[in-house]
Each structure stands twice: as structure tokens, then as C-alpha cells.
Write a protein that binds this ligand. Sequence first.
Ligand code: ASP
Length: 310
Amino acid sequence: MKTMMILANGEGGVGMQASMDALSQAKSALDAVEAGIRLVELDPNVRTVGVGGAPNILGKVECDAAIMCGTTLRTGAVGALQGYLHPISVARQVMEKSPHVMIVGQGAARFAQEIGAEKGALLTEAARANYANWLGDHAVPESEITQADAELVPVVWLTTQTHATHGTTVFLARDSQGHLAGGTSTSGWAFKYPGRLGDSPIIGAGLYVDDRYGAAACTHTGEMTIRAGTARAMLAYMKKGATVQAACHEAFQDLRALQGGYLGPVVLHALDANGTPYVLSTGSDDNVSYWWWAKGMQQPECRKPITEAL
Ligand code: ASP
């Protein structure tokens, strides 16, 4: 029996117990990842995922999620999904039931309905108030912005003035068989352009898992990790012999090479095939932490990442 473990980012605390319970019951790493993320999706206090998540610039909550099996490299993802409580489970069903790996927008909602996924209202009073306050602070009248011909791009640029727009939940798990899995779920960049996808549903950018080498997931500025193919790159570095720590720092070098475009904070989460964890943050967000729970520990531990400026 291999040592079981879960690595989740700071937003994942509420799901750690369910995830470890799944592993302890000899369920798969995939089941553990899904079980943990489902609870984060339901927690209205997590302002960047599922219920309570931040809406797009038109006030609609659009969710992205992905899941990946490290044994088969099968994966499923949804993007810009509206109106369903568990994007992670819809992503898993894309993997299990469809011939596809990613379904977005109205197609994702149609698929969710077809498989009988649970519907629900995701925009909470608090998230709605936060959105209204943001519009007010930036002198953007809601009645104007919701017109069909409103120019949204200049308004979306205003969101880059603060970095308080980030958050995803990521779970990476290793089960008793030594198999790895990973998952992501997020409402994405707060007040984003409708239909904007970040890295969380993009396999190879925000998530990648391969039992032979490890598991990796990213949070924060998806616009950067998509360009650098960060999660896949981290595993490729490990395949070529890098330690999990060296692979994360090498991936930072790739991010450093990006020129132009929107640049912001990034946090990398990784496990090697033996389950050694490493989390590396650009450090520009002091609130970043992660959860770590290896079998044998009484409870999960909240840790701070290593930081390195980009
Ligand atoms: N990486 C996510 C995205 O780009 C958001 C985040 O983690 O802050 O949508």
C-alpha cells in the first residue's frame, strides 16, 4: 500500500476531510479530488469558486473546471458553465461519458442538463454586492454595461488595477495504489469578459497529471500559464529528471520569458510521483497558503509556499 496524500490550495480547506475520507475508504485519487472540490464549490465563503464565486462583468457567474487521471491521462473539462452547483462533477462526466475532453458555454450547460447535474443559483447576495460596489467604485453604471452594444473591454481592463481578483481551488491526490489525479474549479477572473477562459479548464496549462512523473496545478493569472503551458512543462521537466522543486523553478523561468500581455501573480502546486509536494508563489499575494495531508498525519496542515519574484 502506497502513502496517500492530498495537496490543495488555500481555498481547499473545507474539502480536505472529505478528500482524505475517500482515500481512507480505498477510493481512487479521482474520487478523492472530486469529493474535496465539491465541498469547496458549495461553500459560499470561498469567493472564487462555485456558489459565492465572483461573476463576470455582466453579473453572471461562469465556472471553469477540469479533472485528470494520472494513470490513463484521461481528462474532462468545462468552461464558462452557468447555473450548475458542481462544475467538477460535470467535468468528470465529460471525461467518463463523452468522447470529448472539453465542453464550454451553452454546450456545457446542455451537457450538464443531459447528465442530470444539479442546478443551482451561484450568485450569492455577498458576491452580488461586491460586484455592485466594484461597478460603483469605478463609476460604471450597471444599466449601461448590460446593453447589448456596450463596450466591455475598457471596463475589463479596470479589473487589472487590483490583484484582488484571483482564486481557484486545486486538488492533487495520490491514492493507496500510488495513482495520481488532479482537479481544478473556479469562477475565474472576477468581473472578466463573458466567455473568458483561464487556465483552470485547459489541460497542460492549469492542470496536468501523469502517474509516472507527478501532478501539477496552477492558480492566479491563467493568461500567463496558458501562454507558457506551465502544468505540462513542470511534468516534462520532472520526466527529464528534475526534482519537483527544480521543475517549479524552471517553470518560473518560462513565465519570466513572457513579454507583453497581461502579467500578474502565479502560484504553482506540484507533487512528484512519490508524493513529494512543492508550492511556489510569486509572493505578490500575501494570502497564499496551501493544505497538505499525508496519511498518518492527524489533520491537514496549512503551509506557506516558497516565494520567488518573477
Ligand atoms: N487561474 C484562474 C484563472 O485564470 C484564476 C485564479 O486562480 O486566480 O481563471
